[in-house]
Structure formats: structure tokens, C-alpha cells
Design a protein around this ligand. Structure first.
Ligand code: CA
Length: 728
């Protein structure tokens, strides 16, 4: 990391009127380069550049012409349409698009963040909850912030060590960290202003989502429904970090008393002792404020454990799992809810990106919110009331026969509710028909651009389910694909992604882009008639004609492209920026090509050539263990290892090491130093000594050795397949 000299020349700042000087002058601290002491403190001059000069008025005006060149918040405006009104780059000239500059990141883990662009500076978070600030004119790093997340906390993170973005307000950036902190960072210096712990560290919470700022409050949720937690959204005072309100999404133990009447009513939709298992309902990605209705819409996640028969054995809808809940932004008070999936049992979160728009529906102009949640149905809800206006399958689904618009309930197929001895090969699986990858809406075309996934998963009940202090608590076998598809070779099992243009009013597909293995990237729509989107494992970043789906431009990014792109204007020119990283050949061991890429017309920058990379060979020791030991190892592996390292020991994303190729296979002692003694905990591999004994790790190693020998025998062709991509 380089510290940046005060010689920075900021662009002419046209946002003076948005500034609130009173909160700045006293505590301003310059970061000094050559020529002054780093500890020098000065009062900021009136004509000095300002950083993250965003207040409530400016956020509310983000859709106005004077903010057209900015990207002030996660989805650009409060409506989160991810639509840029900039139109210098068009369908006619996009073939001239080239790289203006790029900046390398220090981690090759998966990059999921949407950058912010504010008055000449790009702010972007990366894996391990780090943040960069770049001078948008030069690409120079202004500062980098590292919250120093303890590596061993990674064991409490379901789906990669990623972060999806920061929020900006009144000179500060706000960041949620993997280990549950909400941090305010001085946008000019990168120094921490305040930090609060938003979770109980005795529970396995984490944060990967981007905060939002509404009416001077920073909103932040969390993850952890795969482990056994109770979900909630919190609102903190943006200046002080003081907790203002908290909305729980599922009820707690009735014996402790309910927080409010809403929780009392929700508890009537649960059975058994769900609170001992957490209940779930984490708010890990989408919570969107609508200034028109003055409501905050909260996307609520899946049940914990997944298997509803363990969580709420006598049935019940289990509010507010898999729901969108509207609350008042100043108090967190409940207003309405819509539940997509009653008695949820498939990890069908309703946390996917929410987009607000004005649509012409059934002859009248309606203020609506739209979501394409994991369950495969595209919902259009009246923003004021939550009434469901449209609920059409936006891709193939086999768990329900549609949604009854009168009751709002899905017609769930009986066989989809898997149980002991009756597995169900589900589409979508827990990866979802759409995950976190941002969708975009263009008011010009009236179309929504959804990064769709076709991802199967066989739900096989874990008949011996007992809550565990380490690892997943699902009530289903996460490693089931390995055995289920072996025993049912004709069952479909593909996992591909592609971009789909969807007419939200007619409820039909208009066009789709080409498929790539695994998930596909987030979308950006522009007034130039374009949709920008990454091809995931295809490592392509491309522009489609927003109306026809014709691919007009693409470039090879050298690594996976999954995050949401943005567009902004600087010195009268339009730029497109996207964070890239993940899903590259060679996975975790591959060279690091994670970067911020910034494009403009006639950009001439070139990425350096890729490095020569020889993947680690499959070189396991001989498989000598008995079939019984290998089977025991497979069961333990499935429970504790598969989530990160893949169902068969082979991770194809760049998130975790491929265990079939690890040198640790050659020594039980070294294997145990990592698995039982936490030798690599700083890098994210915690000790599993709480739940595994030496006999277990011997069996696990025997299983991986057997797998690696099988694969070596099958030789190269067997190595093709979908990247292992976790759900959330
Ligand atoms: Ca989940």
C-alpha cells in the first residue's frame, strides 16, 4: 500500500452545495506525503477537495441530472436500479471501448463489491473486508484500509470471504466486516473514525453485505443462517455509531418475552423449539429504501437449519423467513410483509437485490418493488401495500407449480418437501436461480437484466442431525451430490449462469446471453442502450445491446467477473468500472489477477500478460485405507469440509484450496497440524478440534486420497465441470 501525497489535484467539485461544513473542520487530518510530517494536523481549507461529500439531500437527489455522473450508493440511487443515465458510450461506438487504467488488489479471493464513485474518487471493498480509495483520474491508490479480520473467523463464513461494498455519508465510508463490525472510515485519510460490534461473537455471525445510509442512519445486516443464528437488521447513528433500532426477522425464545407485537404474531407461525437452532432469516444483502413511500424494504434469508422438519416440526409458515418486510426507516416498525416461500426448506432466501421502479401495470402507474429471489419466481409488489402484482417463474423451477396471485402463496409440489428416504433433486438448488449478483433495470427498455443460474442440488435429509458447534447446521447432507448423482446418473445436475432480459410486466423472457459454467456476473444498464455484465468463469466482461441481446463488445479479464459494474463521468467522459477476481483456472493456487478495471472510449491501457501457470499435479500417496474408513471419511468430509472445499475435495473457484492436490495428503501429521491444530488459521482455516478427532481426520484424509487416486486414474477428461460455488 502506498500513502498518498497531499499533492492530489481533485477535479473541479460541483457539489459544494451538498456540503455540511460544520461537521468537518475541527477533526480534519491530512495524510501527508513528502514534505510534511505524517502527524501534522491542519484545519481543512475552504477550497480543499472533499471526500464522500454526501448528505441526505444529495442521496435523495442521486437520480437528478446534476448527479448523473456519480455513483453515490450501492445501486446508484435509492431505487437501486443500477441504471446510469450517461450516454456517451452507445451501441454505435461501444466497439471503441478500451481500458483506461486498472489497479491490482492484494487478494485473489472472489471479488463481489460494487464500487462507489464520488467527486473524482473510486471507493471499493475487496475480500477480507478491505477497502481501497483510488484517484479516478490516475488510478493511483489514495489509501487502503484493512480491518484485520482474524483469519480463524473464516470458519463462521458460509460462502467465501467476500464483501459487496461500502456506503458513503458525510465524509465517511461505512463498512461491514466479516467478523461482525460496522466501521466508519474517514473518506479522505482511510483512518478509522469509529467501530461498533453489531453481533454477539459467541454466535456465528458474519457480514458480507453493503451498508446503506438512510436519514442519517447506517443500516447493516448479517449472515450466518447456515450455522444457526437469528437474523436482524440494525440501524446505527452515522455520526456516533450508536445503535438506534434493530428489527429481528424471526422470533426468539417466547420465554424471554418478545421484542414487540410483530414478533409475537410471527411466533404463532412457528412450531417446536426453533430458537434453540437460531431460526435463521439473516439479512445478508438487500435492504432498500423508497423515498416515495418512505418505507424500508428488507430482504430476509433462509431458515436455520435449512430442513424445516427440524426447525419447525409441526409446520407453520415461519415468518419472516424468505420474505420481504417493509418497515419504517426511522423506527424499524413493521408495516407489511410478503412471504415468497412458506415453511422454507431449500435455502430459498429472499435476500436477492431489490429494485424499485414506477411501472405501468394493468392500466395504471404503480410504484413497485421487484425481486428475483432464489426460488425462481420474479415478484412485482406494490411498494405501499406489499400486494403481489406479478409472480412469474423467470427460469425453470421444479419445486412449485406457480404462485396463486389471490393468496400470494406458491403451489408447492408435495415431493419437493424432501424427507427421510425421499430425497428431492431440486431446481433451483440452494445456489438459487439468482444469488447476490446484482440485477439492473432500464427505464428506457422497461426490462430487468437478471444474472440467472440453472443450478440443481439433491436435498437428502440428514437423519442424524444434531446441532454442531463448528461447521454447517443444515439438517441435509451438503455433500449429497457426490453420492446422489453417482446413484442416479440420469438425474440433471448442471450449474450454469447467463444473463436474462426479463419483461417484468408481461412476465416473460425477452432475450438471454450465452451460458457460462457456475454463476454469472452482475449487470449495469445505461442510457447508451447497453447492458454491461461479466461472464463469471468465462472471464469475459461484455456489453450487450439492451433491447436485442446482441453482444457488441467484450474483453478477456484474465479472471472471473462476477461483481456489479458501475458507470460514472469525469472530465466530461463516461467511464465503466468493474471489480474482477475469482473463478479462474487453477483456483486458489492460480496467480492473482484480481483488479479494478476502468474503461472508456479509446482507452489504450493493456493488462500485463498472464503468468505461466502450471497447476499442481494430482500426486496423492497410494490409497491403502479400507472402504469402511473411506466411507466414514466421506461422511465427515461432507459435514465439515465440503462447504468450502467442494463436494469431492476439488474447489474450482478461487476461494479455497483444492484438497485433492494439496501436499498435506502425504503426511497425516501435517494434515492434523492444519485441521486439528489450526496451523493455517490466520489464512482462514480454523482448527476443527472441537468436532473432529484424530480418527476422523485420518478417515477424511483417506477419503481425499482415494478421491485423488480415482481422479488421477480417470486422468484429465474428468477434470471438467462446474466451479464449486457455495450458496449463501
Ligand atoms: Ca443461505
Amino acid at each position: 500500500m502506498e500513502s498518498y501525497a497531499a499533492a492530489l489535484e481533485m477535479p473541479e467539485n460541483d457539489s459544494v452545495k451538498w456540503r455540511r461544513w460544520g461537521t468537518w473542520g475541527v477533526c480534519a487530518v491530512w495524510v501527508c506525503g513528502a514534505g510534511c510530517s505524517p502527524s501534522t494536523e491542519t484545519t481543512q481549507a475552504a477550497d480543499a477537495p472533499r471526500y464522500a461529500a454526501v448528505d441526505t439531500a444529495r442521496l435523495l437527489a442521486a437520480g437528478e441530472d446534476e448527479q448523473a455522473g456519480q455513483w453515490l450508493s450501492h445501486g446508484r440511487t435509492y431505487e437501486e436500479q443500477r441504471y446510469s443515465p450517461l450516454d456517451e458510450i452507445t451501441t454505435q461506438n461501444v466497439e471503441r471501448l478500451g481500458l483506461a487504467w486498472f489497479a491490482d488488489y492484494d487478494t485473489n479471493l472472489q471479488q463481489q463489491a460494487t464500487p462507489l464513485y464520488i467527486d473524482g474518487v473510486l471507493y471499493v471493498s475487496t475480500a477480507w473486508s478491505k477497502v481501497y480509495a483510488f484517484d479516478a483520474r490516475t488510478g493511483k491508490t489514495l489509501w487502503q484500509y484493512d480491518p484485520k479480520v482474524p483469519g480463524e473467523w473464516a470458519v463462521n463464513v458460509c460462502c467465501g470471504l467476500s464483501n459487496r461494498g461500502v456506503a458513503a455519508y458525510d465524509g465517511k465510508l461505512y463498512l461491514g466486516t466479516l467478523d461482525g463490525r460496522l466501521v466508519a472510515i474517514d473518506a479522505r485519510t482511510g483512518q478509522e473514525v469509529w467501530s461498533v460490534l453489531t453481533v454477539d461473537r459467541s454466535e456465528r455471525y458474519s457480514i458480507t453485505g453493503a451498508p446503506r445510509v438512510v436519514q442519517g442512519r447506517v443500516l447493516i445486516g448479517n449472515s450466518g443462517a447456515e450455522f444457526g443464528v437469528r437474523g436482524y437488521l440494525s440501524a446505527y447513528d452515522a455520526q456516533t455509531g450508536e445503535l438506534d433500532w434493530r428489527f429481528y426477522t424471526v422470533p426468539g425464545n417466547p420465554a424471554d418475552g418478545f421484542e414487540n407485537d410483530t414478533m409475537r404474531r410471527a411466533a404463532a407461525t412457528w412450531t417446536g423449539e426453533w430458537w434453540t437452532l437460531g431460526g435463521g432469516g439473516t439479512v445478508w444483502d438487500s435492504f432498500v429504501y423508497d423515498p416515495v413511500t418512505d418505507l424500508l424494504f428488507i430482504g430476509v434469508g433462509n431458515g436455520s437449519p435449512w430442513n424445516a422438519r427440524y426447525r419447525s416440526p409441526e409446520g407453520g409458515d415461519n415468518l419472516f423467513l424468505s420474505s420481504i418486510v417493509a418497515v419504517k426507516p426511522d423506527t424499524g416498525e413493521y408495516v407489511w410483509h410478503y412471504q415468497t416461500t412458506p415453511w422454507e426448506t431449500w435455502d430459498y432466501t429472499a435476500t436477492q437485490p431489490i429494485v424499485i421502479a414506477d411501472l405501468e401495470i394493468d392500466g395504471s402507474r404503480r410504484r413497485v418493488l421487484m425481486q428475483a429471489p432464489k426460488n425462481g419466481f420474479f415478484y412485482v409488489l406494490d411498494a405501499a401495500t406489499g400486494k403481489v402484482l406479478r409472480a412469474d417463474a423467470y427460469t425453470e423451477v421444479n419445486w412449485a407449480d406457480g404462485v396463486d396471485l389471490d393468496t400470494g402463496r406458491p403451489r408447492i409440489r408435495a415431493q419437493a418437501r424432501y424427507q427421510a428416504g425421499k430425497p428431492f433433486n431440486a431446481l433451483p438448488g440452494p445456489q438459487g436461480a439468482h444469488a447476490w449478483h446484482p440485477m439492473a433495470y432500464s427505464p428506457r427498455t422497461g426490462l430487468v437484466y437478471i444474472p440467472v443460474q440453472r443450478a440443481w442440488f439433491p436435498f437428502v435429509e440428514d437423519e442424524d442431525f444434531q446441532p454442531q458447534p463448528v461447521g454447517y447446521n443444515l439438517g441435509v447432507h451438503l455433500g449429497a451430490p457426490l453420492t446422489y448423482y453417482r446413484d442416479h446418473p440420469d438425474e440433471p445436475r448442471d450449474f450454469v449462469g447467463y444473463l436474462k432480459a426479463w419483461d417484468p410486466v408481461a412476465g416473460r423472457e425477452v432475450w438471454r446471453g450465452e451460458e457460462n459454467q457456475g454463476p454469472t456476473g452482475g449487470a449495469l444498464a445505461t442510457a447508451g442502450g447497453l447492458v454491461f455484465q461479466g461472464g463469471g468463469s468465462s472471464q469475459e466482461f461484455r456489453a450487450y445491446d439492451a433491447r436485442t441481446g446482441e453482444k457488441l463488445w467484450s474483453m478477456h479479464a484474465q479472471t472471473g467477473v462476477l461483481a456489479g459494474p458501475i458507470s460514472y463521468e469525469l472530465d466530461g467522459r463516461q467511464y465503466v468500472a468493474v471489480s474482477v477476481g475469482g473463478n479462474q483456472a487453477g483456483g486458489y493456487y492460480a496467480p492473482n489477477y484480481s483488479r479494478l478495471l476502468v474503461f472508456t472510449l479509446d482507452g489504450k491501457a493493456q493488462l500485463p500478460p498472464t503468468k505461466t501457470f502450471v497447476p499442481r499435479p494430482l500426486d496423492p500417496p497410494p490409497a491403502t485405507a479400507s472402504p469402511e474408513v473411506v466411507a466414514a471419511g466421506r461422511a465427515k468430509y461432507s459435514q465439515y469440509c465440503a462447504a468450502c472445499h467442494g463436494e469431492n475435495g476439488q474447489t474450482r473457484g478461487a476461494m479455497f484450496p483444492d484438497l485433492t492436490r494439496t501436499p498435506l495428503l502425504h503426511s497425516q501429521e501435517r494434515f492434523d497440524q492444519v485441521v486439528l491444530k489450526g496451523a493455517l488459521s490466520a489464512r482462514g482455516m480454523a482448527s476443527f478440534a472441537q468436532v473432529l478427532e484424530p480418527a476422523d481426520t485420518q478417515a477424511i484424509r483417506a477419503f481425499i486420497v482415494a478421491r485423488a487416486n480415482d481422479m488421477k486414474q480417470a486422468s484429465a477428461p474428468g477434470a471438467s465441470g462446474a466451479p464449486q460455488q457455495a450458496h449463501r
